[in-house]
Ligand binder design. Structure first.
Ligand code: AAT
Length: 281
């Protein structure tokens, strides 16, 4: 008998994948966690029934939440990731040799434990083997309140704005992020689908603009997320992601990236009109 997983993206549309087996299924204090083996996308992690990552397309998301900020900032040394318990974002940060310390603050210890056990290609830098990585199992909101003026870059690798991540889309949170950053700090946060989530984007970018002087949206193609068109918010105190981007430095990187490159860095900030309209003030 064939097994299929369906995630509804609206009342009338969804994504369906053939599944060969369930590797883990359980409930933490925060959410339902399932890890399935799919035929097309490899292993897939679901939280509350929604796709968080798959082995096949995670490279797009993790390249794009990480490298635009780390190649815009001229010398990032201390980076914080909020959420991202699978470890994919930390893995990409570790490719930047100038980074001295990356802190992961994930609310759900079960996501970290099961990712280490079942998603080794993503969790390879959070398994305790790298002294440049520190893990905290805590609410990101509480954590940054206690760490002011510390970080060059903060990456908000969070779930959608329901459940534990709701507060991560609010103006008060962006104020604490602003305070947790150094004077030339940058924040990047996943910012949902321009195609399906116009209302969320309008609120989120409005909130960001009341806090940060530079706020831009950029896009990436992520096949297993709703509509496939995904976006990230780039919020910065000083550096502009296009005007202050050192293309030669990104071009000369000493590691391979399957999605990000120095041309795409610039192209990703060029938006279709409907996406631009979502975030017009
Ligand atoms: N790397 C891509 C995976 C994710 S999962 C996002 C993580 O954010 C989850 O593990 C969740 O437990 C964690 N999280 C949610 N709220 C908080 C919080 N307040 N503090 C710390 N961690 C939190 C991103 C998927 C994007 C999905 C898009 N559809």
């Amino acid at each position: 008998m064939d097994m299929w997983y369906t995630e509804k993206h609206s009342e009338n549309v969804g994504i369906t994948m053939k599944v060969s087996r369930t590797l883990f299924s359980g409930k933490s204090d925060f959410q339902q966690l399932d890890i399935l083996e799919t035929l097309e996308y490899g292993r897939m992690m679901l939280l509350d029934g929604l796709v968080m990552v798959t082995e096949r397309d995670e490279f797009v998301y993790h390249d794009m939440i990480t490298h635009p900020a780390l190649f815009t900032h001229p010398d990032p040394k201390k980076v914080l990731v909020i959420g991202g318990g699978d470890g994919g974002t930390i893995r990409e940060i570790m490719k930047h040799k100038n980074v001295e310390l990356a802190v992961l603050c994930e609310i759900d210890g079960l996501v970290i434990d099961k990712s280490i056990e079942l998603l080794p290609s993503m969790s390879c830098e959070i398994d305790g083997s790298n002294p440049r990585v520190k893990l905290h199992v805590d609410d990101g909101i509480a954590y940054i309140k206690a760490h002011q003026g510390e970080f060059d870059i903060i990456l908000v690798d969070s779930t959608d704005p329901i459940g534990p991540a709701e507060g991560l889309f609010e103006e008060d949170f962006y104020r604490t992020v602003f305070a947790a950053l150094k004077d030339d700090g940058i924040m990047v946060a996943q910012s949902e689908s321009p195609f399906y989530h116009a209302e969320i984007q309008k609120n989120m970018y409005g909130n960001l603009r009341s806090v940060f002087p530079i706020v831009e949206m950029y896009q990436a193609f992520i096949p297993t997320y709703p509509s496939g068109l995904w976006s990230f918010a780039f919020a910065s105190k000083k550096y502009h992601p296009v005007r202050d981007f050192d293309r030669e430095r990104a071009r000369g990187r000493d590691f391979h990236t399957r999605y990000y490159n120095e041309d795409l860095h610039l192209g990703a900030f060029m938006l279709p009109t409907f996406a631009r309209e979502n975030i017009e003030g």
